[in-house]
Write a protein that binds this ligand. Structure first.
Ligand code: GDP
Ligand code: K
Ligand code: MG
Length: 259
């Protein structure tokens, strides 16, 4: 059977590569994503239970709004269009403990793509040094996914992380999601009706959100190639959202940060 696949995502400079190196050791491969110059790093992670999983070190991104090639690759991989048409079994979001709010924005976006998640609360040493009081257990309860303090550059917390991941591969926890205001729900519903029901596109809730909120999303680009009939459906949903009082390009960050 093919190995299960786990992707590391996170803002730039949060410790993803340090964690990747710690978990995979020398068992690494470097290449490129097809058609683009973004570096693709994969490796084999030997879990404590003996299972070998494929670990992917994704490029650092602040959001999944797909304004850069790195973000586009991240969205594609997480939503299962990037590597062999299969979404990862789980993502580990590497979060910098000093920038929780900004880092959790990305985690929140990723959860909408339906992928199970574990959060590595990295740079825990910095929190301790600076006396930051962060209740990781309470955070875990509020977010609904495991939260594990780590110090990636000192290999600390990685056993706990591995155990949390082993469990999460079975229980498949999804980060808690916002309840969107009525106009957003309506716009998403019209996209679903137009693209999925009428055109048979296979899109997740999170991909519909990317279409609604990002004019140049990875999903938009992909659909454009599939059919010229998709663009007017997307435009109509965005126009409707605007008429209902939400600027489509700004709505997501306002609403998600509030959440
Ligand atoms: P990436 O950009 O997310 O891949 O992050 P890197 O793994 O390249 O790490 C960025 C910087 O943070 C490097 O200088 C690391 O040594 C440092 N770093 C990584 N993990 C930790 C950690 O847990 N604690 C501290 N203090 N520094 C870390
Ligand atoms: K850092
Ligand atoms: Mg890196």
């Amino acid at each position: 059977a093919a190995n299960r696949r786990i992707a590391l995502i996170g803002n730039p400079n949060t410790g993803k590569t340090s964690l990747f190196n710690t978990l995979t050791g020398m068992r690494q491969r470097v290449g490129n994503y097809s058609g683009v110059t973004v570096e693709k790093k994969t490796g084999t992670w030997q879990m404590p239970n003996g299972e070998s999983v494929e670990l992917i070190d994704l490029p650092g991104t602040y959001s999944l709004s797909a304004s850069s090639l790195d973000e586009r690759v991240a969205v594609d991989v997480i939503s299962g269009h990037g590597m062999g048409g299969k979404a990862p079994d789980l993502v580990i979001v590497v979060v910098d403990v000093e920038n929780l709010r900004r880092n959790l924005f990305l985690a929140s976006q990723a959860s909408e793509l339906g992928v199970p998640m574990v959060i590595a609360l990295n740079c825990w040493d910095v929190a301790e040094k600076k006396g930051l009081q962060i209740d990781s257990k309470l955070l875990e309860q509020r977010l609904g996914v495991p939260v594990v303090p780590t110090v990636a550059k000192r290999k600390s917390g990685t056993d706990e992380l591995a155990k949390a991941v082993e469990k999460a591969l079975l229980s498949r926890p999804i980060l808690v999601r916002p309840k969107w205001p009525e106009p957003v729900q309506k716009a998403i519903a019209s996209l679903r009706e137009g693209l999925i029901d009428q055109h048979g596109e296979s899109l997740s809730e999170g991909e519909l959100q990317r279409l609604l909120f990002d004019r140049k999303s990875a999903v938009t680009e992909r659909l454009k190639t599939a059919s010229s009939e998709h663009a007017p459906i997307i435009q109509a949903a965005r126009d409707q959202l605007y008429k209902d009082g939400f600027q489509p390009d700004a709505a997501e960050s306002t609403l998600r940060f509030r959440f």
